[in-house]
Design a protein around this ligand. Structure first.
Ligand code: UD1
Length: 416
């Protein structure tokens, strides 16, 4: 129950399609709240974080319906009731509704958000940026209320290019009075997706894709049809899997232009990659080269979400590699589990030193967060014998059907 069983040790061969992006669809769903009309969101992944966001939107009166991977959000008749319960506390992206609720109602009460257990994950950057737009914040135990009589455009410089804070400022700014200039904005492709969605709905945003965004508030927004881009992190997960096992796979619809940081690393480790309009072909031999030193970074650097999958592969590379985690603390929770499988990994604060071993051995391991869970599935594909990864629900937050995808690539893998 709540587990994944993998019989590892074989090379990967085959083709799988890459689902829509989790980190892109969630802010886009929040943005639909700003539009007093019907938004149609295509290529929406069937993952638990999306279902939670559907619940949150339903709680405030949106009518949300789904046909296969197309989501219809009707936000014409919403109300400002307090949102509470599991949906808010269970998912960090509920914080994404803060900017959208302020934009729609001028007020929002939210519980402090949950999400992956990878460090403290404060929201000070979100709150400080919104204060500059005229928002006052009242904190209570475990919750806070944000209020603005009139949201006003402002010049805001983020001390760190936080993805979530950038998204919240954008969401608040499109309905604010006047112009917002956001400096040191995050440049992740998911921010671009959010801006494109809002532009399609009538918002005026300049500088999309760059670190300075200029948002003209107050445009009338109308219903929109939008396709969510493919998930670069899911594509990266399978890219690193084939590096781990060797083989030849095709990742249909992989968003290659968003994957430069990870492709560079994969090629250094010995992968041959060929990009086309249809997707990404990856060929990898049985031997993996090490990465002498790599640090996670904001886009277009090596993504923190790919750190655990990379670590799993390096556990069997020929030599010693060093990973430095610069985005989140406490993102080495996979180490203990990989060591159980025979890996040689030592950590010192935000650095991990990985000395490659010749074999990993299947055993029972426990996922403690989403991407760490994916890393353990990769390790299971690389290991001899059976690996059981417990806490499948963490993985289901971001992967539509990880077993189906790996089965397409020839892996002996089932839920159980
Ligand atoms: C988003 C992604 C997540 C990804 C991360 C970094 C979503 C749903 N999640 O998370 O998958 O790993 O970007 O690419 O899109 N910070 C503060 N104060 C704040 C906000 C952030 O100190 O107010 C810190 C965080 O604790 C963390 C760092 O800034 O150490 C990065 O956080 P941020 O870029 O905001 O990531 P998220 O939006 O939470």
């Amino acid at each position: 129950m709540d587990a994944i069983h993998i019989r590892g040790g074989n090379a990967l061969f085959g083709e799988t399609r890459i689902q829509g992006s989790k980190n892109a669809v969630l802010p886009v769903m929040a943005a639909a709240l700003l539009i007093k009309d019907i938004s149609i969101i295509e290529n929406c992944p069937r993952i638990s974080d999306v279902y939670h966001m559907q619940n949150l939107l339903t709680q405030i009166g949106c009518r949300v319906s789904r046909a296969d991977r197309t989501l219809m959000i009707d936000a014409r008749h919403v109300s400002q009731d307090k949102m509470s319960g599991e949906s808010v506390t269970g998912m960090r992206s509920s914080i994404m509704l803060l900017g959208a609720m302020l934009g729609r109602f001028g007020e929002a009460t939210l519980a402090y958000p949950g999400g992956c257990v990878i460090g403290k994950r404060p929201i000070d950057l979100h709150l400080n940026a919104l204060r500059k737009m005229g928002v006052s914040i009242k904190e209570e135990e475990g919750a806070f209320t944000a209020r603005a009589k009139q949201l006003c455009g402002a010049v805001i410089t983020l001390p760190f290019a936080s993805v979530g804070a950038t998204e919240n400022v954008i969401l608040a700014a499109v309905n604010a009075r006047g112009v917002t200039v956001l400096k040191n904005a995050a440049k992740e492709p998911e921010i671009t997706a959010l801006c494109r969605f809002l532009q399609k709905a009538g918002a005026v945003i300049e500088g999309v894709g760059g670190s300075v965004l200029i948002i003209q508030g107050g445009s009338a927004l109308h219903g929109v049809q939008f396709a969510v881009p493919a998930d670069r992190i899911v594509a990266g997960t399978y890219l690193f899997s084939v590096l781990g096992t060797g083989g030849h796979i095709f990742l249909k619809d992989a968003p290659v232009s968003q994957m430069k940081g990870m492709l560079k690393t994969a090629v250094e480790m010995g992968a041959e990659v060929t990009a086309s309009r249809e997707g990404l072909s990856v060929l990898a031999g049985p031997v993996k080269k090490t990465v002498p030193y790599i640090k996670t970074d904001v886009f277009p650097g090596f993504p923190t979400d790919m750190q655990s999958p990379l670590m799993a592969v390096l556990a069997k590379a020929s030599g010693t590699s060093i990973i430095e985690e610069t985005i989140f603390e406490n993102r080495f929770r996979i180490v203990e589990e990989l060591v159980k499988m025979g890996a040689d990994i030592k950590t010192d604060e935000n650095r991990a030193v990985i000395t490659g071993v010749t074999k990993l051995y299947g055993c029972e391991v426990t996922a403690r967060e989403l991407r760490g869970g994916a890393g353990l599935v990769i390790a299971g594909c690389m290991a001899e014998g059976e690996t059981i990864v417990r806490n499948r629900h963490f993985i289901e937050r971001g992967y539509e059907d990880i077993c189906r995808d790996y089965q397409n690539l020839g892996v002996n893998i089932v839920t159980g």
